[in-house]
Design a protein around this ligand. Sequence first.
Ligand code: ADP
Ligand code: MG
Ligand code: ZN
Length: 487
Amino acid sequence: MEYEAIIGLEVHVQLLTKSKMFCGCDANYQDAPPNTHVCPVCLGLPGALPVINRKAVEYTIMTGLALNCEIARETKWDRKNYHYPDLPKGYQISQYDLPLTVNGYLTIEVDGQPKRIGIRRVHLEEDTGRLYHVNGQALVDYNRSGVPLIEIVSEPDIRSPEEARLYLQKLRTIVRYLGVSSGDMEAGALRVDANVSVRPVGQETFGTQVEVKNMNSFRSVKLALEYEIKRQIAILEAGGTVERETRGWIETEGRTASQRSKEEAHDYRYFPEPDLPPLDISPAWVEELRRALPEMPDQKAERYQREYGLTAYDAGLLVAERAVAEWYEEAVALGQQAKPAVAPKTIANWVTGEVFRLLREHNQEIGDLRLTPAALVELLGLVASGAITANVAKNVLREVAESGKSPAQIVDERGLRQISDETRLAEVVAQVLDQHPDEVQAYLNGREKVIKWLMGQVMRATRGQANPQVVMSLLKQHLEARRPSDS
Ligand code: ADP
Ligand code: MG
Ligand code: ZN
C-alpha cells in the first residue's frame, strides 16, 4: 500500500525587542552571565505585576500581516498552567481562544507551482528560563524567562519533509525581512515542533498524529520527519495503531523516542490572565503597520522577473536574504547610471554565481564582504567596454573582495587589460597550432569541436586576457590556411 504524510508545524519565534514581554529587563540574554537579566516580574515573585510590551504586539501584528492573516479586533491573555523549574510562576502567559492573528497562509514552490500552506494562528506569549545539567545537578538561568515569543501554527497542509523545509525557510525569510526576529535556529530564536501522521493514499481522514520536539536545525527537522514517517508506516503495515504522543528527536542516534502521552488543552487549566487587560486593536493602528511593511520576498521576486527579466529561480536566490536583495538592488541602480550601462540580468548572474561562491567559501554574510555594489558595477563596466575579459574579471573580483582595492586599480597594476591586438594574438595562435599538430589535423578532418580546446590553449598562453572574438576568428583563418588544397 502507498502512504502519504500529513504534517503541521508549530514554530516558536523569539522577538527582537529591547525589553522582555512583561517587564523592563533586557531581552538580549545570549551572552549575559546567568540570572543577570531578571526582576521580580520575570522571576514570578509574589505581588509583581506584568505590563504589556507594545513593540512585541506590533511585531506580532506585522508577522500576521506578512502571513496574510486576519488581525483580531479584540485579543486577550490566558494563563497556561504547568509546573517545571524553568517556569518560575507555575504558569506561562499565553493566548488561548482569542489569538492576536488567525487564518493566513504562506506560499511555497512545489514542482514549479505555488502551493499555499495555511496558517491557523499566530499568538504572542513569553519564553521560559533554561535548565542546564552539570555534574549531576540541574542549574537554572532565568535570563530567557519572559522574552517575547510568537507561536505560528500551520494547518496540516504540508505533505513531505521537503515541503516542511521550504515552509520553514520561507517563514524564516519573512521574520528576518520584517526585522522581528533573527530567525537563528542554532541560537534557539526559531524552534520547531512537528506534528506528523500518515494515511493510505486515497483515504480522506487523517491518521493519528505524533508531535516531535527537540529539533534544532533545518536538517534535523527533515531527518526527524523522515524517521517518524517510516516508523508510523511500519506500525500500520504490521497491523498496529499509532499512539497519540509527544516524541523527542535524539540527534546522536538519528531516531525519535517517546517522551509522554499527548497532553490536552484541559490539562493546562487555561483561564484568562487576571493581571492583564484584554487588548483592543484599532484598525487604524493595523493600517499604519501595514503601510510600514517592507517589500516582502515574494513581491520582490515577482518584480525582479517583471522589471529585470530574471528567471524565477534567480529571483528566488536573490530575495532569500533581505541584505542580499538590497545589495543587488543597489548594484542595479548604479549599473543603470553607468556608461556603458550594466544590465540587471548581468549583475544577477554575477551575484548568484561569483559573489555567492565567495560567501560560501568564506562562510560570510554579504555585509561582511569588502566587495561593494559599486565595485562590482565598475568591474562589469570594464568587461562591457572590452577592457578585460570575463575570465580575468572573475579573478579581479576575488582580489577586490580580499584587498578592498578598486577593480580598475587592480587591472592596471597587474597589466590585465584584454589583448585585442591582432598581430600579437596571431603570433600566439600560430604558436599554439604549431605545438598541437594532432588537434589541427582532427579539426581539418571534420572534428570542429576541437576549436574550443585550441581556444582554451590560446587563453592559457595569454593568462585569460585574449579577446575571445578576435581569437576565434584568427583560429578559423589560420586553421583554414593549413588545409591542404585539393589540387
Ligand atoms: P493540538 O492543539 O492538540 O496540539 P491541533 O489539532 O490544534 O492539535 O494541531 C496542532 C498542529 O498539528 C497544527 O500545526 C496542525 O496543523 C497539526 N495537525 C493536526 N492534525 C494533524 C494530523 N492528523 N497530522 C499531522 N498534523 C496534524
Ligand atoms: Mg500543540
Ligand atoms: Zn524582568
